[in-house]
Design a protein around this ligand. Structure first.
Ligand SMILES: [Zn+2]
Length: 1104
């Protein structure tokens, strides 16, 4: 039974707006477990006519489910045909209520032993940044170029290798980074995997001719180009996927047969990473390849696109200029391309339906548009994983060093064609939970004993089925009401929470939004205060509301402040708003209860009045000092008094220097950059803000911060509370209403209208053998298991790391259940459940095959950004590089078909991982450049910590969209190009965006008619880029098309972006160029190609 118990694919899952069409009946029993690798078989059970199964079909003698009248009122609001579900009945009195009190006891009874946890945390990867040891000097770390060759393996005849040549003659790249010895295996601070386990014999010298490249379990390989100089690939069977031209880097592979499944196992990045011809030729098939396959011998000499002089900081070591004869330039198309990987995935899976009925199924990329059918596992919109096939043992996990993590976005937006989550109401009984581990009823529970009991698949405890919940089992052991109950057949759903889940056993009040406006001199003078007040008049009409509700239940309140706080009574009965001033900011209190938090609709007239008056009231202010912590404190106190959760919108411009708790002073010190003390720049000031975060989380008070600084304001400290309360921080440097107003207002509108949950606590439960050990996000942790969030919105994600406790079973797989207890925007207490089942494997090749690079990089970004709080940025960069090399070397050693050590062989699922990693290393927080603003670095660090996979993907690999030859008649957005200067052309026009910035770049030879059509000026010279933040609305197809593309992007991203028009060679172009992440970093860090070469060298070191 255990293998057969879960069958999915009811026809209701046909994702239609109309939703949950009740198909059921005994569909074909599709065993979910243990069938990975079989055809997907998203079986389509015939839609059962008529819909729902009558509860009356329960044989007599059993407690029949009660009638369908017991739905939560919310069910209807959630849309789709809730009545299809047989209603869960309210428990009969005999069965009483659960004895446990559950508020805040999402906690399982069996917290992990601390010691074990500690051990695990210290293992492996980035969780253990602190443990960096000093390995012996490593060639890569040597600043002495000439030493490289001495460390090469015997096979690697030094002089022949272009790579070696380059390195040998390279100038030290990022000198300080190279000077250290951090590169060895030990510096991975990891398990005993380092050198020795990777020390397989070098594979160099094997012939590839006639070799079947399809690694046993890998489903094929792709060759990114000719593996090495002089070698022929003739006759080679490439059992690889159609990898697209770019991954077949290099010359055409004529004569080869390409066969194999569409899921390539590995790719081989060829030419740029060749060992010398000598290496390979001794065994290689030599020049006997197909005639159309050019000899590569001399071709890679110019591989590195030249010197990278003066690279400050950044990446530890990279090849420098080539000595010797003039080098030909390698075609950059020859190394794996993110844009191609994205396009390939779109071509393969775009527009298709992804059914979640198969355990461990790797979803389409985040960049691909697809439709999800929930058939028993949570949609990838809610949970993505670094790998969908966990290594069975801790040993394997240590060996590969691939982090095991999930990125959970509990409130992810669903497209219109996917049904919102169903709400299950079990009445006063509340959700059914395992007695031991408290896991919630879900598709993985195994009903036994004729349906009287169920075994929890998380902890194996056998539980009685409450009488009201009893149902018979069909011939495959599945409950006959399977398709009628979301909690039995779907990966994601909600439960109505009972009072046990509410604070003080009282139903929560609807949340409140408090708008707190800094009315000091700067903000008045810039016109910001007036802008905000004017906007609020319309924006408050659009407060978020419960699905189906006519009006918003959100209460609103208003505070203005400078050195003192002004509270406003806006009770509807008043003719005029009343102001109350609190000047004692040391002991913050709220001077009024009644009339501060009000219903907007009722008090609209008074609020309008207030918003009209505020700009005038402070028009003559000279006050330039502000307080900050007391402002947050006031918000928390107001929520406490009203017994509600909610959000503070704080609009603030300067460092709080007025005498008050949380007063800050300028501690910016660029001299700390690139020293061991650099971490101080990222650390918040302790004390007041730490306590405020706790208070806020305890009250469910989320803080959103809109900053308008003209200079340093210690963002690391000011954003501390927002970053622990699920809030967002927006920053508008040198704000001017004319140029930044619209940008800010777009952000504000998006933010106010976001769907979100309040006063949330998330618990991640797992089946035995592994456990969630670490959490990254806009969260607060009072203990090791409960993830508390004052609020969590549709764009916030928590990255959860897992470690092994024990051996995982390939047969049963691994399960996780994320349960989020929260208060809805309408003030209802709910539990949102996301379930996901993963495969487990004892084959590393299978694990690599199921990796997801976008998720991996999300994990690495967050863990690295956390690590820089505690250790030098340079160490963190080194660890990132090391771990990259280890992950890839392990693949190479254990999974790839034997081949020359000189070849870089990448798992297909991770072939663009190095691009992202190199981009991450070059990001502002990690790059270690004194040219960057400390506040900007802190801001980026904190933003990324709460990002989901889509956002980190875009952040680390911006989209570069060519516009000059856009098809104005087509709906489509042109395919993005690689983020490199090489892709720009003098006559081209490009859009570049990364979710936070958007540029329109104009080549210096842009055709005048294009300029005319877009800007209504005759030539580039007439443009005033510094004064242009939107395109004029012109009535021509090109203008319309380009504006529609930009509009779509602005709409889609969580943050609004300010359009910056940049002309080629303008000074402002540097801003744009820092987003060309395949090129050498402006502030340090190497080009992608150099990074790949460096990583390859590291891999070879590990393999020898
Ligand atoms: Zn259990």
């Amino acid at each position: 039974m255990s293998q057969q118990g879960y069958v999915a694919a009811p026809p209701y899952s046909q994702a239609q707006p109309g939703g949950y069409q009740g198909g059921f009946g005994a569909g074909p029993a599709q065993p979910l477990y243990g069938h990975y690798g079989g055809p997907p078989q998203a079986f389509n059970a015939p839609p059962a006519a008529g819909g729902m199964k009558s509860p009356a079909s329960s044989p007599a003698g059993m407690p029949p489910p009660s009638g369908p009248s017991q739905y939560s009122p919310n069910v209807q609001q959630n849309g789709a045909h809730p009545q299809r579900y047989a209603s869960p009945s309210v428990a009969s009195p005999t069965y009483g209520q659960p004895s446990h009190s559950v508020y805040n006891s999402m906690a399982s009874p069996a917290p992990p032993p601390t010691q074990q946890l500690t051990n695990q945390m210290s293992a492996m990867n980035l969780g253990s940044y602190g443990a960096v040891q000093s390995p012996p000097p490593h060639p890569a770390a040597s600043a002495h170029p000439g030493r490289q060759s001495t460390h090469m393996s015997p096979q690697m005849a030094p002089p022949q290798s272009p790579l070696i040549n380059m390195q040998a003659s390279g100038q030290p790249m990022g000198g300080q980074s190279m000077a250290g010895p951090p590169m060895g295996g030990q510096s991975m601070a990891g398990p005993p995997m380092g050198g020795q386990s990777m020390a397989g014999p070098p594979m160099g010298g094997q012939s590839m001719g006639g070799q079947l490249m399809a690694g046993p379990p890998m489903g094929g390989q792709s060759m990114a180009g000719p593996p090495m100089g002089g070698q022929s690939m003739g006759g080679q069977l490439m059992a690889g996927p159609p990898m697209g031209g770019q991954s077949m880097a290099g010359p055409p592979m004529g004569g080869q047969s390409m066969a194999g499944p569409p899921m390539g196992g590995q790719s081989m990045a060829g030419p740029q990473l060749p060992s010398g011809p000598g290496t390979f030729q001794q065994h290689g098939v030599g020049p006997t390849g197909p005639a159309n396959y050019p000899q590569q011998g001399g071709q890679f000499g110019g591989l590195m696109s030249g010197p990278q002089p003066g690279m400050p900081g950044g990446f530890p070591g990279a090849p420098g200029p080539l000595a010797g004869p003039p080098q030909k330039k390698l075609d950059p198309d020859s190394i794996p391309s993110i844009t191609q990987v994205i396009e390939d995935d779109k071509a393969r899976l775009g527009g298709q339906v992804f059914s979640t009925n198969i355990r461990g199924q790797v979803p389409p990329l985040v960049t691909t548009d697809f439709t999800v059918q929930d058939q028993g596992n949570a949609s990838p919109r809610f949970i993505r994983c670094t790998t969908y096939s966990l290594p069975c043992t801790a040993e394997l996990a240590k060996q590969c060093q691939v982090p095991l993590a999930s990125i959970v976005k509990p409130f992810a937006k669903l497209p219109k064609n996917e049904a919102p989550l169903y709400v299950v109401n079990h009445g006063e009984t509340g959700p059914i939970r395992c007695n031991r581990c408290k896991a919630y009823m879900c598709p993985y529970m195994q009903f036994i004993d004729g349906g009287r009991r169920y075994q929890c698949t998380f902890c194996n405890c056998v539980n009685e089925v409450p009488a009201f919940y009893f149902q018979h089992l069909d011939h495959v052991g599945r409950r006959v009401d399977f398709y009628e109950r979301p909690e039995l057949s779907l990966g994601s759903y909600e439960f109505v929470a009972t009072l046990d889940y509410c604070k003080n056993n009282k139903p929560p009040s609807p949340p409140a939004y408090v708008f707190m406006i800094d009315v000091s001199y700067t903000n008045i003078k810039s016109g910001l205060v007036k802008l905000i007040c004017d906007e609020l008049k319309t924006l408050l009409e659009k407060l978020p509301r419960e699905d189906g509700a006519e009006t918003s239940a959100v209460k609103v309140g208003f505070v203005t402040y400078n050195k003192v706080l002004h509270f406003y009574n806006v009770k509807s009965a008043l003719a005029q708003p009343q102001m109350m001033v609190v000047s004692d900011t040391a002991e913050m209190f709220v001077p009024l209860l009644d009339g501060f938090l009000v219903d907007y609709q009722e008090s609209r007239a008074v609020i309008y009045n207030l918003l009209d008056q505020i700009p005038d009231m402070f028009a003559d202010t000279n006050e330039s000092e502000t307080v900050f912590a007391p402002v947050i404190q006031a918000g928390v106190e107001a929520f406490k008094a009203a017994e509600c959760s909610g959000k503070l919108f704080i609009f603030h411009s300067s460092m709080p220097t007025a005498e008050a708790p949380g007063k800050l002073k300028n501690r910016d010190d660029k001299k700390l950059v690139n020293t061991d003390k650099e971490k101080i720049l990222f650390q918040p000031q302790k004390g007041v803000y730490e306590q405020l975060s706790k208070d806020c989380v305890a009250q469910g008070c989320c803080v959103d911060l809109f900053l308008f600084p003209s200079q340093y304001l210690d963002l690391a400290t000011m954003a501390d509370v927002p970053s622990h309360t699920g809030g967002s921080v927006y920053k508008y440097n040198n704000f001017q209403v004319e140029t930044d107003g619209e940008h800010f207002l777009r952000d504000l509108r998006k933010d106010v209208q976001k769907s979100l949950g309040f006063d949330a606590v998330m618990r991640v439960r797992t089946s035995t053998g592994f456990r969630a050990t670490d959490f990254f996000g806009g969260i607060f942790m009072n203990n090791t298991t409960d993830v508390e969030m004052a609020a969590v919105d549709c764009d916030k994600a928590v990255t959860v790391e897992f470690k092994h406790d024990d051996t995982l079973s390939e047969e049963t797989g691994a399960l996780m259940q994320c349960a989020l207890l929260y208060t809805t925007i309408g003030g209802q207490r709910r539990l949102r459940i996301h379930n996901l089942s993963l495969n487990c494997t004892s084959q590393l090749s299978e694990m690599y095959k199921c990796c997801e690079t976008d998720s991996l990089i999300n994990f690495f970004a967050k863990s690295a950004y956390r690590a820089i709080l505690n250790q030098p940025v340079k160490n963190v960069r080194d660890i990132l590089v090391n771990q990259t090399a280890h992950m890839l070397a392990c693949y190479r050693k254990n999974c790839a078909t034997p081949s020359a050590a000189s070849q870089l062989i990448l798992p297909d699922s991770m072939k663009v991982f190095p691009v992202y990693m190199n981009s991450l290393i070059k990001t502002a927080p990690l790059v270690g450049s004194a040219e960057l603003s400390t506040d900007d670095r802190a801001h980026q660090r904190l933003s990324v910590m709460a990002m989901g996979v889509e956002d980190t993907q875009l952040q680390l690999y911006p989209r570069l969209i060519p516009l000059h030859n856009v098809d104005v008649g087509s709906e489509a957005v042109p395919a993005p190009l690689r983020c490199s200067e090489e892709r720009l052309t003098d006559s081209g026009t490009f859009l570049l965006e990364n979710g936070h910035s958007i540029f329109l770049w104009l080549g210096q030879s842009s055709p005048p008619d294009l300029i005319q059509n877009l800007f209504n000026v005759p030539s580039l010279a007439h443009l005033q880029p510094g004064h242009m933040f939107a395109l004029p609305e012109l009535d021509n197809p090109l203008s319309k098309k380009v504006r529609s593309i930009i509009g779509e992007l602005l709409e889609k991203r969580p943050n609004s972006m300010k359009l910056q028009v940049v002309r080629q060679r303008d000074k402002a172009e540097t801003l744009f160029r820092q987003f060309l992440v395949e090129d050498k970093g402006l502030h340090g860090g190497t080009s992608y190609m150099d990074f790949l070469c460096f990583v390859h060298r590291e891999i070879r070191q590990l393999l020898t």
